[in-house]
Design a protein around this ligand. Structure first.
Ligand SMILES: Nc1ncnc2c1ncn2[C@@H]1O[C@H](COP(=O)(O)OP(=O)(O)OP(=O)(O)O)[C@@H](O)[C@H]1O
Length: 548
């Protein structure tokens, strides 16, 4: 179902009432202009008869206008909330590769900008409906007054619409271009905040970032939006000009064709009254076009994310002990379009056993993190099979499979709550872990929330380790965990924590460059350019040459 369809379905009744109120408002406006025209031409004797209808009609205009705008404002906010949650659900359900390919900038733009543009559709819609009804109603009233003037007006509106359509497709192209430029711009905004330290330390770098990168991207968005809006202004101006010409023709026609001044006044008044709503229609149509573009962009992003169906069943309580993971011929490849290069990992044959520590070692870029992500089910293998305790993981079982793992990757994210189901024992266990990792004087945990995240990188990583251990999953992955720790804590990690987790029967995968501790591994795997080039088991591991 399209996003529009989804939004409309979510608030069907409210939308129907809001459209109804807008229609009533438009009709009441037409009634008002007819009433004014008749009152203007009425004799003093008849004039009093128009007072009550006038009051009733303006009350109807005001009441229906307030109702339709209030309802549409509500629908707009409702739509925004629905869209943001809808996209967020897709983001959460998307495979990691989908997220990496779509990119942070695109996803942020979809959540922040495209959703707002799409929901603005509802803010502009009452104006569009009301204005359209007023224009149609006024045309009907003109037809009632004079067929000839009606036909000339239809011709003027027709020519206006033709001009509009000629500009419209060009305008859409500019809005689309502005949208893609904006994705890039959001990426730069992200870099501006994430890279604040680097920019502050290097003035010329900051200057170049501002002058060349940011200015260029901002300029692209400005240029495309401005062009689109300029085309729209030209269209609007063209429509307005036609109407003014029309008023001029009717006004000066009297020079050649004698006509009743009161009738001419009536026509001119209807024209003038109609011009505002006509502009309202033209003004709001680009908003509708922008909403269409935004909707298409969100749909394209969602398609790119390729969200997987998430298992709705509750996560089974994890097995206290580890599991045996057997990887049979697993492969994964990255294709870099820019560099026209493929990095291929595997085929990998590997078994990870409960109560064993597997060290994954190798040079930078050899594929250790990629293999860890593949093992954890964050990347789908392109070929090969993974077996858990001898049973192959099925096509639709990857989400369940991932629930076997806890991991601290080197680019880990620390949420400010444990996000586990509320459980008083979690706070106690967390307190014990905090003491063990010397963080109890800095952080406390209450109702699953950390008292602070204002910690050093090494301390934050210790906190991430606590979170991973508290999850109680059977398999734990540490990606260069010890890299930011001081020697004392490295010692604690390798000589106390890992053996303790091993003793609990966990299946442990540890990516490490710390050759001093290689002897602690039950199995050591060395990667080079995506291939396993060396394996050592148990005591032999110590003999392996250090890997730089
Ligand atoms: N998201 C990605 N998209 C495309 N290519 C990637 C991506 N992540 C990694 N790569 C490429 O895959 C290769 C292996 O990267 P990986 O991060 O697995 O190496 P690593 O052994 O963990 O390195 P390090 O020790 O530096 O952390 C590298 O050549 C890298 O350029």
């Amino acid at each position: 179902m399209s996003l529009f369809g989804m939004l409309v379905r979510a608030s069907r009744t409210r939308l129907a009432v809001a459209i109804g109120a807008s229609l009533v408002c438009g009709l009441a406006n037409v009634l008002l202009v007819a009433l004014i025209n008749q009152a203007l031409n009425a004799s003093l004797h008849d004039l009093t008869g128009y007072a009550l209808p006038f009051v009733l009609v303006i009350a109807l205009v005001m009441g229906s206008q307030v109702l339709s705008r209030a309802l549409f404002a509500h629908l707009s906010q409702q739509g925004l909330a629905t869209l943001r949650l809808h996209i967020s659900r897709h983001v959460v359900a998307a495979p990691l590769r989908g997220l990496e390919t779509a990119g942070r900038g695109r996803i942020q733009a979809a959540l922040a900008d495209d959703t707002t543009t799409l929901s603005n559709f509802f803010t502009g819609f009452p104006m569009l409906v009301t204005s359209a009804v007023v224009v149609l109603g006024c045309l009907g009233y003109l037809a009632y007054l004079s067929w000839a003037i009606f036909l000339v007006s239809v011709l003027a509106i027709g020519l206006g619409s033709l001009g509009y359509h000629l500009c419209h497709s060009h305008m859409l192209q500019y809005f689309r271009k502005a949208g893609s430029s904006q994705d890039e711009l959001f990426g730069h905004f992200d870099a501006m905040v994430s890279g604040a330290k680097e920019l502050k330390l290097n003035r010329s770098k900051a200057q170049r970032f501002l002058d060349e990168v940011l200015v260029g991207a901002v300029e692209q968005v400005r240029h495309n939006r401005a062009k689109g809006l300029m085309l729209f202004a030209i269209t609007g101006g063209w429509g307005r000009l036609l109407f003014l010409v029309l008023i001029g023709v009717v006004l000066f026609l009297r020079l050649w064709i004698p006509s009743d001044a009161a009738v001419i006044t009536g026509y001119v008044m209807v024209f003038l009254y109609m011009m505002g709503p006509l502009e309202g229609v033209l003004l709001n149509l680009p908003q509708m076009s922008q909403a269409r573009v935004a909707s298409a962009r969100i749909e394209a992003t969602l398609a790119q994310l390729k969200a997987e169906t998430q298992q709705q069943t509750p996560v089974p309580s994890p097995a206290p002990k580890g599991v045996t993971l057997a990887l049979d011929g697993l492969t994964h490849g990255y294709f870099s379009e820019r560099e026209d290069e493929v990095f291929t990992l595997g085929p990998v044959q590997l078994t990870l056993k409960p109560g064993e520590i597997t060290f994954l070692v190798g040079g930078n870029g050899s594929g250790k993190t990629t293999l860890a992500k593949l093992i954890a089910g964050l990347y789908r293998p392109e070929s090969g099979v993974v077996r858990v305790d001898g049973r192959a993981v099925g096509e639709d079982e990857w989400d369940d499979y991932r629930q076997l793992f806890s991991a601290v990757f080197s680019d880990f994210h620390l949420f400010d709550t444990l996000l586990e189901a509320p459980d008083a024992s979690v706070d106690t266990q967390a307190g014990e872990w905090l003491a063990k990792l010397h963080l109890d004087h800095k952080v406390s945990v209450s109702n699953g929330s950390f008292s602070t995240r204002e910690l050093s990188q090494g301390q934050r990583k210790r906190l991430a380790l606590i979170v991973a251990c508290l999850e109680g999953r059977p398999v734990i992955v540490f990606d260069e965990w010890a890299a930011d720790q001081d020697p004392a804590f490295r010692e604690v990690f390798y000589c106390e924590l890992l053996p303790e987790l091993r003793a609990q029967g966990k299946t442990l995968l540890v990516i490490s460059h710390d050759d001093r501790y290689f002897h602690l591994a039950d199995q050591l795997i060395k990667l080079e350019r995506g291939q396993i080039v060396h394996r050592e088991a148990s005591t032999q591991a110590a003999a392996l040459q250090p890997v730089v």
